[in-house]
Design a protein around this ligand. Sequence first.
Ligand SMILES: [Zn+2]
Length: 142
Amino acid sequence: MKQNNTMALKLMDMTTERDRVESFSGGKWPFRTGLLAPQKMAEAGFFYCGSELNGWDCVRCFVCLKELGGWEPCDDPWEEHRGHSPGCLLARLARKQALLTVYETYDVMAAHCMAIQKDLLHRRKAQLEELHKQVENMIRAA
Ligand SMILES: [Zn+2]
Protein backbone atom coordinates (compact mmCIF):
# COMPACT_ATOMS: atom_id res chain seq x y z
CA MET A 1 0.00 0.00 0.00
CA LYS A 2 2.89 2.34 0.79
CA GLN A 3 4.20 1.95 -2.77
CA ASN A 4 0.77 2.92 -4.14
CA ASN A 5 0.67 6.06 -2.06
CA THR A 6 4.23 6.94 -3.11
CA MET A 7 3.23 6.64 -6.77
CA ALA A 8 0.15 8.80 -6.22
CA LEU A 9 2.25 11.44 -4.45
CA LYS A 10 4.81 11.44 -7.28
CA LEU A 11 2.01 11.94 -9.81
CA MET A 12 0.57 14.83 -7.80
CA ASP A 13 4.03 16.45 -7.85
CA MET A 14 4.04 16.45 -11.65
CA THR A 15 1.16 18.85 -12.24
CA THR A 16 3.36 21.82 -13.24
CA GLU A 17 5.55 22.03 -16.34
CA ARG A 18 8.47 23.21 -14.20
CA ASP A 19 8.35 20.05 -12.05
CA ARG A 20 8.03 17.85 -15.12
CA VAL A 21 11.04 19.55 -16.77
CA GLU A 22 13.03 18.91 -13.57
CA SER A 23 12.15 15.21 -13.72
CA PHE A 24 14.30 14.98 -16.88
CA SER A 25 17.38 16.42 -15.15
CA GLY A 26 18.90 13.13 -13.93
CA GLY A 27 21.00 12.74 -17.08
CA LYS A 28 19.33 9.57 -18.37
CA TRP A 29 16.91 11.17 -20.88
CA PRO A 30 18.65 10.81 -24.26
CA PHE A 31 17.19 13.91 -26.00
CA ARG A 32 18.43 17.30 -24.77
CA THR A 33 17.45 19.38 -27.84
CA GLY A 34 14.87 19.34 -30.65
CA LEU A 35 11.30 18.07 -30.55
CA LEU A 36 12.00 15.79 -27.57
CA ALA A 37 13.83 18.31 -25.39
CA PRO A 38 12.67 18.18 -21.74
CA GLN A 39 10.73 21.46 -22.06
CA LYS A 40 8.79 20.11 -25.09
CA MET A 41 8.07 16.80 -23.35
CA ALA A 42 6.89 18.60 -20.21
CA GLU A 43 4.62 20.90 -22.25
CA ALA A 44 3.01 17.79 -23.78
CA GLY A 45 2.25 16.52 -20.25
CA PHE A 46 5.12 14.06 -19.83
CA PHE A 47 7.46 13.55 -16.93
CA TYR A 48 10.47 11.27 -16.90
CA CYS A 49 10.05 7.78 -15.41
CA GLY A 50 12.82 5.86 -17.17
CA SER A 51 14.45 2.86 -15.51
CA GLU A 52 16.20 -0.37 -16.38
CA LEU A 53 12.84 -2.13 -16.10
CA ASN A 54 10.72 0.11 -18.36
CA GLY A 55 13.48 1.61 -20.55
CA TRP A 56 15.65 4.69 -20.16
CA ASP A 57 13.48 6.70 -22.55
CA CYS A 58 10.19 6.04 -20.73
CA VAL A 59 7.93 8.99 -19.90
CA ARG A 60 4.48 9.20 -18.36
CA CYS A 61 1.60 11.65 -18.83
CA PHE A 62 0.47 13.24 -15.57
CA VAL A 63 -3.15 13.39 -16.82
CA CYS A 64 -3.88 10.01 -18.45
CA LEU A 65 -0.91 8.16 -16.81
CA LYS A 66 0.03 6.62 -20.18
CA GLU A 67 3.66 5.50 -20.36
CA LEU A 68 5.51 5.85 -23.65
CA GLY A 69 9.00 4.82 -24.75
CA GLY A 70 10.86 3.98 -27.95
CA TRP A 71 11.19 7.63 -28.95
CA GLU A 72 12.77 8.64 -32.27
CA PRO A 73 14.34 12.11 -32.69
CA CYS A 74 11.72 13.02 -35.34
CA ASP A 75 8.74 12.15 -33.10
CA ASP A 76 6.37 14.95 -32.10
CA PRO A 77 5.41 14.47 -28.41
CA TRP A 78 1.88 15.86 -28.95
CA GLU A 79 1.23 13.58 -31.94
CA GLU A 80 2.57 10.53 -30.09
CA HIS A 81 0.51 11.47 -27.02
CA ARG A 82 -2.72 11.77 -29.05
CA GLY A 83 -1.95 8.63 -31.07
CA HIS A 84 -1.31 6.41 -28.05
CA SER A 85 -3.83 7.95 -25.68
CA PRO A 86 -6.66 9.47 -27.75
CA GLY A 87 -8.86 9.80 -24.67
CA CYS A 88 -6.41 12.06 -22.81
CA LEU A 89 -7.92 15.52 -22.35
CA LEU A 90 -4.54 17.30 -22.38
CA ALA A 91 -3.51 15.48 -25.58
CA ARG A 92 -6.82 16.47 -27.21
CA LEU A 93 -6.41 20.12 -26.17
CA ALA A 94 -2.80 19.97 -27.48
CA ARG A 95 -1.73 23.20 -25.76
CA LYS A 96 0.79 23.76 -23.02
CA GLN A 97 -0.79 24.52 -19.65
CA ALA A 98 -0.04 28.26 -19.73
CA LEU A 99 -2.28 28.54 -22.82
CA LEU A 100 -5.28 26.71 -21.34
CA THR A 101 -8.33 28.61 -20.13
CA VAL A 102 -9.26 28.44 -16.45
CA TYR A 103 -12.06 25.98 -17.27
CA GLU A 104 -9.75 23.80 -19.38
CA THR A 105 -7.21 23.81 -16.55
CA TYR A 106 -9.92 22.76 -14.09
CA ASP A 107 -11.02 19.92 -16.40
CA VAL A 108 -7.41 18.76 -16.92
CA MET A 109 -6.79 18.69 -13.16
CA ALA A 110 -10.07 16.81 -12.61
CA ALA A 111 -9.01 14.23 -15.23
CA HIS A 112 -5.61 13.97 -13.50
CA CYS A 113 -7.24 13.30 -10.08
CA MET A 114 -9.67 10.75 -11.52
CA ALA A 115 -6.86 8.88 -13.31
CA ILE A 116 -4.85 8.67 -10.06
CA GLN A 117 -7.87 7.33 -8.15
CA LYS A 118 -8.62 4.78 -10.87
CA ASP A 119 -4.97 3.67 -10.88
CA LEU A 120 -4.94 3.33 -7.07
CA LEU A 121 -8.16 1.29 -7.11
CA HIS A 122 -6.77 -0.97 -9.85
CA ARG A 123 -3.56 -1.57 -7.85
CA ARG A 124 -5.44 -2.19 -4.58
CA LYS A 125 -7.78 -4.63 -6.32
CA ALA A 126 -4.75 -6.57 -7.62
CA GLN A 127 -3.26 -6.64 -4.10
CA LEU A 128 -6.53 -7.87 -2.60
CA GLU A 129 -6.80 -10.61 -5.24
CA GLU A 130 -3.26 -11.71 -4.40
CA LEU A 131 -4.09 -11.70 -0.69
CA HIS A 132 -7.23 -13.73 -1.42
CA LYS A 133 -5.12 -16.36 -3.24
CA GLN A 134 -2.68 -16.55 -0.31
CA VAL A 135 -5.52 -17.07 2.19
CA GLU A 136 -7.07 -19.79 0.00
CA ASN A 137 -3.72 -21.57 -0.21
CA MET A 138 -3.28 -21.36 3.57
CA ILE A 139 -6.77 -22.83 4.09
CA ARG A 140 -6.06 -25.66 1.65
CA ALA A 141 -2.73 -26.41 3.35
CA ALA A 142 -4.28 -26.49 6.84
ZN1 LIG B 1 -2.16 12.01 -21.38
